[in-house]
Design a protein around this ligand. Sequence first.
Ligand code: FAD
Length: 459
Amino acid sequence: MDGTTFEAMKAALRGPVIGPQDQDYTEARTLYNAMIDKRPAAVVRCMDAADVMAAVNFVRDNGLELAVRGGGHSGAGLCLVDDGVTIDLSPMRGVRVDPVARTARVAGGSQLGDLDHAAHGFGLATPAGIMSTTGVGGLTLGGGHGYLTRKYGLTVDNLASADVVLADGSFVTASEDENADLFWALRGGGGNFGVVTSFDFRLHPVDTVGMGITVWPLDMIGEVLRWYREFLPKAPEDVYGFFASLVVPPGPPFPEEIHGQKMCGVVWCYTGDPGAVADTLSVVDEAGPPAFHFTSPMPYPALQTLFDELIPKGLQWYWRGDFFDQISDDAIDVHARYAESLPTNLSTMHLYPVDAAAGRVGQDDTAWAFRDAVWSGVIAGIDPDPANAGAVTQWAVDYWDELHPHSMGGAYVNFIGAGESPERVKSTYRDHFDRLGTVKKAYDPDNLFHANQNIEPTA
Ligand code: FAD
């Protein structure tokens, strides 16, 4: 971008416009995933919807490449584009809770922790992911699942409306009653349709929950997964538990004798009476004696921040995902082998439940196309050392190659890894893909918003 264009953009916006010559540039192009190393021509920190409209118009009129940044957590680094402009919503954080209507208006650059904290003040919450630093924007637009999903559905199932800046610079609201086709597409279709400057969510009475962590020795992974695959789908909707293969972290609550050991486990959230969590989860013994089992009542936002310190910003990440409606014996063999070969202490595989309340929403009610899935799986190679980037990536790719034939054939869009083929986006949306292409044509006919898991406009 030449200097005149850059200066003109600066003049058009209230928020700072940061370029390679600026001191803040390194920080502005640094993402959660340190494996991403892109050099945008400018990062535009938008202060409000007016800034977003001005930035969209400027980028489009000057034929520049565009990306949009919410919380910057995308594994594939979709919120930056080399030599292009990032509309960075990070100054737009804030939540207004209406405790009577049980709703929250959440600014487009907010993080999950902002929403959890503000809603918790009123004993309320809505389903979202399991790390407080993840952006509400990218997570919601992809669908969003977390501890409350079996009880209250996906994040998008709790979205009542969204304010959106479209490719032509106009500002619209999308809801069941207004721009209903756009509202349908926003609920799972990713960042393809515009910049969401604010989300309105429905909230639920969730205050202190029962949490639990159970880990078993790795040589029990077959028995544990066979038990878990039967137990979880039939469990009451108040019981949520995601399965993980992991290296036990070197700190509390884990006893020292298991620190650093490869194990398998389940992280639990119980939304029934928190005092009953120990009794409710005593069933874990049916899988065989755990190496460690811990339960406790815990304020919901504390559960949401449990892993924030363990996996901070700045690590090397590569992930891939798929949906599963069963955990077959063949899949268990694959899980067992790759859990044995976890390449680093932070690398992991998670199976997140997306059944129960999420599974009861109509298949065609939102763009999310896997209402029949029971788990959204992710294989994540993670390490602080850039020298291990290749090894963690290769482990994740090899694992995925072997596991994919035992999946439903498509992944949660937010778990598609860098460099995967466009076919993967199609398989995410199944027979919703064509309808998404039609909505795209109506709202972004020139595909201005293409730095994402892209859906091209179709007639
Ligand atoms: P960004 O990188 O800022 O954006 C990702 C995409 O969304 C980009 O295409 C961007 O253009 C678009 N986008 C973001 N905000 C907006 C907006 N306001 N308007 C328009 N487009 C926008 N997902 C879950 O569902 N559940 C989990 O429990 C979960 N845990 C995670 C834990 C970690 C540590 C990480 C790194 C990710 C996790 N995810 C989880 C995945 C997460 O949903 C995605 O990484 C998501 O893309 C993050 O959104 P973001 O706004 O932080 O990302």
